[in-house]
Design a protein around this ligand. Structure first.
Ligand code: ADP
Ligand code: MG
Length: 153
């Protein structure tokens, strides 16, 4: 587990960029935190790090969006879990991409944990009283513990 302080929005974007640059097809990231914590801002950084240049907005009304990078590399599937009953529902969304070819980032409320893949990186975001964001990374399952070093080092 590792906690990072992100004082400014630009810090969150930059952290996301580094995270995004290290993502691979098949990766699952769960972003946990209340409204306004910075999940969408972080996803914008992740997208930039993956080479996606399109606009990233909260997929609240569409549930999920697929963003393809300009060059090579996996697509980003950006999911809003507030309206999703379970991650298996993503398969029903007709996303026009194979999830195993994509990095999946779920903006996440609570409670879906049992239905999700055991192997994921849990990213918790919290807004402190002084407005600084605290980001905590929790590796779950195969591989993520080892990869944390390269992601945050
Ligand atoms: P969420 O998706 O978690 O609901 P958003 O990313 O949409 O949250 O919104 C975060 C809001 O907080 C934005 O308006 C952003 O400008 C602001 N903000 C201020 N400081 C930060 C920071 N350090 N990191 C991320 N967002 C920040
Ligand atoms: Mg959001």
């Amino acid at each position: 587990m590792r906690t990072v302080e992100l004082p400014q929005e630009s810090d969150t974007l930059e952290f996301g960029r580094r995270l995004g640059a290290a993502l691979r097809a098949g990766d699952l990231l769960l972003l946990d935190g209340p409204l306004g914590a910075g999940k969408t801002v972080l996803t914008r950084g992740i997208a930039a790090g993956m080479g996606v240049t399109g606009r990233i907005t909260s997929p609240t009304f569409v549930i999920a969006r697929v963003h393809r990078p300009d060059g090579d590399g996996p697509a980003l599937v950006h999911v809003d879990a507030y309206r999703l009953g379970g991650l298996d529902e993503i398969d029903d969304l007709d996303l026009d991409t194979d999830l195993t070819d994509a990095a999946v980032v779920v903006e996440w409320g609570e409670g879906l944990a049992d239905q999700l893949s055991d192997t994921h990186l849990m990213v918790r975001l919290r807004r402190r009283e002084d407005d600084v964001r605290e980001l905590t990374l929790e590796p779950h399952g195969e591989g993520w513990t080892e990869r944390l070093g390269e992601l945050t080092g």
